[in-house]
Design a protein around this ligand. Structure first.
Ligand code: AMP
Length: 439
């Protein structure tokens, strides 16, 4: 990797702004999964131990910019307001805003993260209840070497996602050095992830250990994979992964496609797929990809059998009656919801013979135990792929691997679903492109 990291700069006595990804799941004010906090610790500890004055920042969830003059409604609320008669819109908007202003300071605050960090870092972490306000200013100014302050949720301000220059200037005034360690938002071009550097407000901009590791494993495996290289894609829609499919076909030896997106490929091959998920607009694209695989001498594996049910489970984890049929035998009134046993074996054999495997997206409706077997089979096969580099590209597949207890058997589980998908697409991530190159 040709980007500078924290070890390439002298941080002693410097104020260092670190963009972290502390967007952790919360329930009733409690953190339910600490992975992202633990992932950020090596960089924070390194900086503190090397005498930096550390200013941490992050977003949490999708707030309404409640610290801003212009509070925004989310898409759903906007739609609901637009559906109302003109005379009622102002009142409904005000109600949504009031509700957000009441709930978000307790629901989407980073204070619980600061408390946890403080426990983990010898009581050296304080919390600022704003970002570009007096509390942050005061606490940043009071920092001593080896101390740390976490600022409040960046997205309480419209300036974060809006890349506002004044917002960036204020953030930049807190630091001599900028560190990006938030891989989960590295594909976003926001104030704290890219604009602060792109506007020339901080000259020294490097990555932290988390981003360094993500890039070393994933970018290097994509560029110089040990072969055979197998890529596994699943999830709901073909449309979400168009560029991923095409780019991975260029790089891998075998592309496995399962999950909801497989049925559009199967339909493009001429199969009747009943009520299964399909994206009719993408049939031509799927045909092109199958032709591309043939032309390039690559294997494109699709399910050969499928687990079907009368309807999609409702609620998603409800008990469900299923049966397994060949993909050529899906009845018109049934829906394919997981890959069948023969497909599990076909896919697992390909994975076990690989030396590099990357995976993104479940093979079926894995939220339901009856429909999770395909997803489990992929995780198991990857865990058993001897001597292979195995990479989980975040999101649902990462959650599945963790729940199933296979996490320590994988080479790398990415902390960013969206960001790793963009890497798989071959895109340059703005949060990484803006960092200083190595000399
Ligand atoms: P994605 O966000 O694109 O990775 O898709 C993940 C979602 O795809 C999960 O919530 C799964 O339940 C869903 N999914 C996987 N397979 C199927 C299928 N055969 N039919 C419908 N949904 C599916």
């Amino acid at each position: 990797m040709n980007k500078k990291s924290v070890t390439d700069v002298d941080v002693k006595g410097k104020r260092v702004l670190v963009r972290c990804d502390f967007n952790v799941p919360m329930k009733d004010g409690k953190i339910t999964d600490e992975n992202r906090i633990m992932g950020a610790l090596p960089t924070i500890k390194y900086l503190m131990e090397h005498g930096a004055k550390v200013v941490l920042c992050s977003h949490m969830g999708k707030p309404h910019n409640i610290f801003d003059e212009k509070v925004k409604l989310n898409k759903k609320e906007k739609k609901a307001v637009e559906a109302l008669p003109e005379s009622e819109r102002e009142k409904a908007t005000a109600e949504y805003i009031e509700k957000a202003k009441k709930s978000e300071p307790t629901k989407l605050t980073l204070k619980p993260v600061a408390d946890r960090l403080n426990q983990l870092l010898d009581n050296k972490v304080t919390f600022a209840s704003d970002v570009i306000g007096p509390d942050a200013e005061k606490k940043v100014a009071a920092l001593k070497e080896g101390e740390c302050v976490l600022l409040e949720n960046l997205r309480f301000y419209a300036g974060e996602e809006g890349r506002d220059l004044e917002f960036c200037k204020k953030l930049a005034s807190y630091c001599d050095i900028y560190v990006n360690d938030a891989f989960g938002t590295a594909h976003r071009s926001h104030a704290s992830t890219a604009a602060i550097v792109e506007y020339g407000l901080v000259k020294t901009a490097v990555c932290g250990f988390l981003i360094q590791k993500e890039l070393e494993v994933m970018a290097d495996s994509l560029e110089n994979p040990v072969r055979p290289f197998v890529a596994v894609l699943g999830g709901a829609k073909v449309a979400d992964k168009l560029n991923v499919i095409s780019n991975l076909l260029n790089k891998c030896d075998t592309l496995i496609i399962g999950g909801g997106m497989a049925y559009t490929f199967l339909k493009a091959e001429g199969y009747e797929i009943g009520k299964s998920l399909v994206d009719d607009e993408k049939l031509g694209y799927c045909k092109d990809m199958m032709q591309k695989a043939k032309d390039m001498g690559k294997k494109l594996l699709l399910p050969v059998d499928t687990v079907i049910a009368k309807d999609f489970p409702n609620p998603i984890d409800a008990e469900i009656e299923v049966k397994t049929v060949k993909v050529s035998e899906i009845p018109a009134d049934m829906e394919g919801l997981d890959i069948g046993e023969a497909s599990r074996k076909l896919f697992a054999d390909a994975i076990k013979g690989a030396k590099t495997v990357i995976w993104n997206g479940p093979m079926g409706v894995f939220e339901n135990p009856t429909l999770a077997k395909g997803t489990i089979a992929i995780a198991e096969a990857m865990a058993e792929a001897k001597g292979a580099t195995t990479i989980i590209g975040g999101g649902d597949s990462a959650a599945a691997v963790q729940q199933l207890g296979f996490a320590d058997k994988m080479t790398h589980i990415s902390t960013g679903g969206g960001a790793s998908l963009e890497l798989f697409e071959g895109k340059v991530l703005p949060g990484i492109a803006c960092l200083n190159d190595k000399d």
